[in-house]
Every structure is written in structure tokens, then in C-alpha cells.
Write a protein that binds this ligand. Structure first.
Ligand code: FE
Length: 231
């Protein structure tokens, strides 16, 4: 079996949020799809270890905001690689309360839907929640962030917002850059690739790991340079 085949399945990227006892939490998820059209129903797959799972299980409501392609890594990092058990993810995030009283994230997202859980199915490590959509709105006409875009572009192979990375980069510099070593964040698995730099945080393409400023932190989880090791 070639498990890499599974990586070829296309997805979007979403923030899934819920509530419990007056508290809010949310996470990033890629597994969301529409199940039926009448009534509009969606399904999401959530890891049982996640706090969001506990909240959805308890309140039986969730909302999903659809990420747009300019959502910064630090935003994705807050929702995707940190736990609501350690931080308040909504501290510096723009949101509003929806019909289901779940927090709907209104920044870096182009639309949202709210759902009431009508069923759930336990599948090993995850649970699939089926939700009847009770409200939905489009907030902007931006482009959606696909899972592929997140890996290929935001991970930065050719970040469109890196002005240094274009057709004029000469081949020799390119080869030099390719020789440079990658470093992996031991906390979240983010890979610092000198070929890509960290354009969200002003690190130009071609910056070696050793040349990163001492106060540079993992753009995804906020871990320091010491938490990185050679890939
Ligand atoms: Fe990290």
C-alpha cells in the first residue's frame, strides 16, 4: 500500500470552534465536507484528544470558518498547533457570536457556517460529527486556502509574497540555497527551509538557519531557535 496516495486527496482548511460552560475553543481542521443539500448538512472529523472535541461533544454545536489564502502562519499556528488547555486562543482574534452562540472567527476567513450536531460516529482516534447547518454567510470574495496551498506555498516553496523569489533568481544562488540545511521544530514539526525563508516574519529567502536572529521563533508554534534540530 502506498500511503502517500492519501496525501493526494485535496482539502480546504478551516477553523472549527465550539463552546462549553461559557468558554470558547477552536482548532484548524482540513476534514470538512458537505453530506446532504436538503437540509444542508456537513461532516467534520475531529481528534478525540483535542479540547474542541470535548466542547463539541458537550454543546453539540460548532462553527466552521473557511480560511482565505492570505491567512498568516502565526494565525494557523495559534489555532492549529497550540492547545486551548494552555492558552486562550481567542485573546487577540476577531470573532462574533453566532446563532448557536459559538464564536465565529471573522479574520483571515472568507465565510462561515454554523451547525447543530445531529449525529456522531467514533472512528478510532477521531470522531466524525454530522452537523445540520443553521446559518452560513460569505464575508469576502477572497480565495480559499487549500491544503495544498498551505503546504506548497505557505510552507513557502515559491511564496508569492517573497519579492526576492522570482524568475530572476540566478541558478547559482539557487543551487547554493539548496545545499543549506533544513531544521525541524521539535514542538510542532514545522520545517525551516532556508530556500523558503520565513517571509511572514521578514526572513528573506536564502537565510541559513544559523543566521536567523536569536529572537526568531517558530512561525507556527512560537518555539525558540533552541527547539529546532537538523532534519
Ligand atoms: Fe513549532
Amino acid at each position: 500500500m502506498n500511503r502517500k496516495t492519501l496525501h493526494k486527496i485535496p482539502y480546504g482548511l478551516y477553523t472549527i470552534t465550539s463552546r462549553k460552560n461559557g468558554k470558547y475553543n477552536g482548532q484548524i481542521a482540513n476534514a470538512l465536507f458537505q453530506v446532504t443539500s436538503e437540509p444542508p448538512t456537513v461532516a467534520i472529523s475531529i481528534n478525540k484528544k483535542n479540547l474542541t472535541y470535548e466542547y463539541i461533544k458537550a454543546s453539540k454545536v460548532f462553527s466552521a470558518s473557511i480560511l482565505c489564502d492570505h491567512a498568516p502562519m502565526v494565525f494557523i499556528g495559534t489555532f492549529g498547533f497550540k492547545s486551548g488547555r494552555d492558552i486562550d486562543k481567542f485573546e487577540n482574534i476577531k470573532y462574533k457570536l453566532g446563532k448557536t452562540k459559538t464564536p465565529i472567527i471573522t479574520e483571515n476567513c472568507l465565510g462561515y457556517l454554523e451547525a447543530e450536531v445531529i449525529d456522531d460516529l467514533s472512528v478510532g482516534t477521531h470522531s466524525i460529527f454530522i452537523g445540520k447547518v443553521v446559518d452560513a454567510e460569505i464575508m469576502s470574495e477572497e480565495k480559499v486556502m487549500t491544503y495544498e496551498y498551505y503546504h506548497e506555498i505557505k510552507g513557502g516553496k515559491s511564496p508569492k509574497n517573497a519579492p526576492t523569489y522570482n524568475g530572476s533568481v540566478d541558478e547559482e544562488i539557487k543551487k547554493e540555497v539548496e545545499k543549506m540545511e533544513k531544521y525541524v521544530c521539535k514542538v510542532c514539526g514545522y520545517v525551516y527551509d532556508p530556500e523558503k525563508g520565513d517571509p511572514d516574519n521578514g526572513i528573506a529567502l536564502g537565510t541559513k538557519y544559523v543566521d536567523l536572529p536569536d529572537d526568531w521563533v517558530c512561525p507556527v508554534c512560537g518555539a525558540g531557535k533552541v527547539d529546532f534540530e537538523k532534519e
